[in-house]
Design a protein around this ligand. Structure first.
Ligand SMILES: Cc1cc2nc3c(=O)[nH]c(=O)nc-3n(C[C@H](O)[C@H](O)[C@H](O)COP(=O)(O)O)c2cc1C
Length: 365
């Protein structure tokens, strides 16, 4: 079992400590409360529901992934090992946290390599920040991939977080210009990923035009990285960043809206619907709105530290079968193609004013 006492000090470890000990979600919600799926009182038996699907060319046992969190500091290999063991046993994909530290200091590579060692058969997603990806030599990105024999490389766009982070660098200049070349030369897909402020249709369209076909929306309503950096800035006595962060803790695109945004701009993309996915009904709503799979981060970390991640995931996955069944579908793929949802309130307003297409919405809106 992983203990928080195994962890030494560093930015990565500050993040883990704050994510575990503080209330770092909200004030925005995901807007899944504005998505209603009609209940079907004569459903297919949940035990017959097929929730398997494919992701990054591999079959997975449920439409959910553990999104990138950690590695890169001594002690984090234990977290990554436990996440990977659970993901492998259950058969779901996982991402690692930013690999920048291990690229700069190869001695830290073991904190990431452990993931592929413990999880030989699942899709694994490598991770690097947009500022690094914009300028890193191709060989450096190849090292990130080979470190964990990754199936995709996530490039995270975390502009709001970087801007309020005491040591942050929100300058992503040049990424768009080189992403196509990187993508062609790496031989595995690139995934454009947010971290909790959501991807818009505009950003998805920019990257889709450059050939990118994988997006992780990481919308608002779950872990709030501006809030986390505000807490860190306060602890570090950086009152400028702390005060700046205060103004932006309510900034972002709620996850339900972000999924519709990205699907609207990239109809043929593979989309991870994430940011505040906290129960199986959120997964079903995310899929109905256009995500291929859903994903979450913070709950996986909390349950690794508690030592009950496998139980948590198994119950969660049973819940997905039940939710798909109660929505009247016998498979995830059927749900994705046939579900019609009712959207209301701020989400309906958002979709109308943004002029988004919402194939899943019950009637013309
Ligand atoms: C402790 C922790 C560390 C994270 N580190 C990274 C990271 O290095 N790179 C990244 O792309 N996202 C990172 N994330 C963001 C998550 O992948 C995810 O997009 C975000 O937390 C929203 O999902 P959630 O609400 O389910 O936590 C991290 C999340 C957590 C909880």
């Amino acid at each position: 079992m992983v203990s928080i006492n195994d962890l030494n000090a560093s930015r990565k470890l500050d993040h883990i400590r704050i994510v575990l000990n503080e209330n770092v979600e909200g004030p925005l919600t995901t807007w899944f409360e504005h998505v209603l799926i009609p209940h079907q009182a004569y459903p297919p038996s949940p035990s017959r529901v097929d929730i398997t699907t494919t992701f990054l060319g591999r079959k997975i046992s449920a439409p959910i992934m553990i999104t990138g969190m950690t590695g890169g500091a001594p002690g984090t290999e234990k977290i990554n090992a436990s996440l990977a063991e659970a993901a492998e046993e259950i058969g779901i994909p996982m991402g690692v946290g930013s690999q920048r530290a291990a690229l700069e200091n190869p001695q830290l590579g073991y904190t990431f390599r452990v993931v592929r060692e413990r999880a030989p058969s699942i899709p694994i997603v490598a991770n690097i920040g947009a500022a690094e990806a914009a300028k890193a030599r191709l060989e450096v990105l190849e090292r990130a991939i080979s470190m964990i024999e990754a199936d995709a490389l996530a490039i995270h766009l975390n502009a709001a977080q970087e801007a309020v982070q005491p040591e942050g660098s929100p300058d992503f200049t040049g990424l768009l210009e080189r992403v196509e070349e990187i993508s062609d030369r790496l031989g595995i897909p690139i995934m454009i990923k947010e971290v909790g402020n959501g991807l818009s249709a505009e950003v998805a369209a920019l990257f889709r035009r450059k050939g990118i076909k994988y997006f992780d929306v990481a919308g608002a309503g779950g872990t709030n990285w501006v809030l986390i950096e505000k807490i860190r800035a306060g602890e570090a006595g950086d009152s400028l960043k702390e005060n700046l962060a205060k103004h932006f803790i309510g900034w972002g695109i709620p996850t339900a809206a972000s999924i519709i945004e990205v699907r609207s701009a990239a109809p043929d993309a593979t989309i991870v619907g994430s940011g505040g996915i906290r129960d199986p009904t959120h997964v079903v709503k995310a899929l109905a709105l256009g995500a291929n799979i859903a994903g979450f981060a913070r709950p996986a970390l909390i349950h690794v530290i508690r030592g009950d991640l496998k139980e948590y995931l198994n119950t969660f996955i049973k819940g997905i079968s039940l939710a798909v069944s109660l929505a009247g579908f016998s498979s995830v793929n059927e749900l994705r193609s046939k579900a019609r949802v009712v959207i209301k309130g701020e989400l309906l307003e958002w979709v109308r004013q943004r002029g988004l297409s919402c194939a899943a919405c019950a009637h013309s809106i």
